[in-house]
Design a protein around this ligand. Structure first.
Ligand code: PLP
Length: 442
């Protein structure tokens, strides 16, 4: 086996969501990962406070998953799922369905969160069309929503930087709800804020403006992660559900981050007790061992689409070459078995109190403007350095990395989402490292 060069040429790989010039001037590279830790190319150990990119929920290098993938590739590397099938695709769908809220048990596989979002939006349109309401073409997203990088996802998403370059080509017929973050009203709340449920009523305003008969779906992250951990106010998601039902609008929960135990429950829907019509997922579905995503659809949505045409007609013109790829499906089955056997969702729930206490101990630390948390997710918002948005959080991220802890930052918000196998002493290590880093940056 040929080893990768110790110092590879950095010029060819155009890096995603990265300051390429800054990175390539001083690269940070991992070469191995096991359990809670990465190893850097210069043999330093780094505690993973981010589960990779919110995806390695069972911890790194799980041998059961590796074995399942290797055996699958050896047995059958690939099989099409267009007019053909392979048993693991169906088995994986059944295992995913078991973890979904009751009734959301029809599973469409994709390869990423972005693809899951675009798939869900297309299912919503297909559903309304199948029922003779093809004029329902409008989507309602939310400010500060992140729904991946497809044209559908950035259109319903609410992040200016992801939209402005492409603004002439975003999907038409999209409107946005206001986001729910309000530090003045709800700063330093532990768990769900009590302020803000009324913001769901903004949907009534949009319905009054556009008319319900033009609206296909509302899409929100039940807890927004990528834009800095926005925890839904108590009653907010319940109200959105009520209003969607009242107006015949589908509700889509984007659970790419919250699915598979992040909040100490199989899904955020289960955690909050609010069931959407479509639920998107990816990342931890197979512990990120092989790219995979999925959409869970309610039976009503699925059946409306599937039963609309002749039995020999393809009902939904959508799918990916790698939909339910055998290696990804094998990884999903092995991963979901680990979650169950090791009770990792329960473990996340049990640890969430210690995690909450530890992150809130940063209150009063240098530069800290707000702290938000739920389950095993936390965000620490920093005062921004005048004239240099994001610079302070980047400095903290770098200091933490140098001190052996991988955190994530977005704008001036630090985000924490460790693997669910984390131990209390590692939680302490994360936040004491962050505290020291905060002290040391300007
Ligand atoms: N939706 C949400 C809520 C996400 O957090 C992400 C990624 O972080 C995505 C969609 C996009 O997923 P991917 O990067 O796999 O395309």
């Amino acid at each position: 086996m040929s080893m990768p060069p110790a110092s590879p040429d950095l010029s060819n790989f155009w890096m995603p969501f990265t300051a390429n010039r800054q990175f390539k001037a001083a690269p940070r590279m991992f070469k191995a990962a096991k359990g809670m830790y990465y190893t850097t190319v210069d043999d330093r150990t780094v505690l993973d406070a981010t589960a990779g990119l919110w995806c390695v929920n069972a911890g790194h290098g799980r041998s059961e998953i590796t074995k399942a993938v290797a055996e699958q590739l050896d047995t059958m590397d690939f099989a099409p799922t267009f007019q053909m099938g392979h048993p693991l695709a169906f088995e994986a769908a059944t295992k995913v369905a078991e973890l979904m809220p009751a009734g959301l048990d029809r599973i469409f596989f994709t390869n990423s969160g972005s693809e899951s979002v675009d798939t869900a939006l297309k299912i919503a349109l297909a559903y309304h069309r199948a029922r003779g309401e093809g004029q329902r073409t409008r989507f309602i997203g939310r400010e500060r929503g992140y729904h991946g990088v497809g044209f559908g996802g950035i259109s319903v998403g609410g992040i200016a930087a992801n939209r402005k370059t492409f603004s002439g080509n975003l999907m038409p017929h999209v409107d946005h709800l206001p986001h729910t973050l309000n530090i003045a009203e709800a700063g330093f709340t532990r768990g769900q804020p009590t302020w803000g449920a009324h913001l769901a009523d903004e949907l009534e305003r949009l319905v009054a403006l556009h008319d319900a008969s033009t609206i296909a779906a509302v899409i929100v992250e039940p807890l927004a992660g990528s834009t800095g951990v926005l925890v839904p106010p108590k009653g907010y998601l319940e109200r959105l559900r009520e209003l969607c039902t009242k107006h015949g609008i589908l509700l889509i929960f984007d659970e790419v981050i919250t699915g598979f135990g992040r909040l100490g429950a199989p899904t955020a829907s289960a955690y909050f007790g609010v069931t959407p019509d479509l639920l998107t997922m990816a990342k931890a579905i197979n512990n990120a061992a092989v790219p995979m995503g999925a959409v869970a659809a309610s039976r009503a949505v699925h059946d409306a689409v599937i039963n609309a045409g002749a039995a020999n007609a393809i009902e939904f013109f959508h799918g990916y070459t790698y939909t339910a790829h055998p290696a990804a499906a094998a990884a999903a089955i092995a991963t979901l078995d680990i979650y169950k056997r090791d009770r990792l969702f329960e473990r996340a729930k049990e640890l969430s109190g210690a995690f909450e206490d530890a992150v809130h101990e940063l209150r009063g630390a240098a530069h800290v403007k707000d702290i938000r948390n739920l389950g095993l997710v936390a965000g620490v918002e920093l005062e921004l350095r005048a004239g240099a948005p994001g610079a302070r959080a980047y400095d903290v991220f770098l200091k933490c990395f140098e001190a052996g802890v991988l955190v994530r930052y977005t704008g001036d918000i630090l985000a924490f989402s460790p693997p669910l196998i984390i131990e209390e002493r590692q939680i302490e290590q994360i936040f004491s490292t962050v505290r020291d880093a905060l002290r040391s940056v300007a």
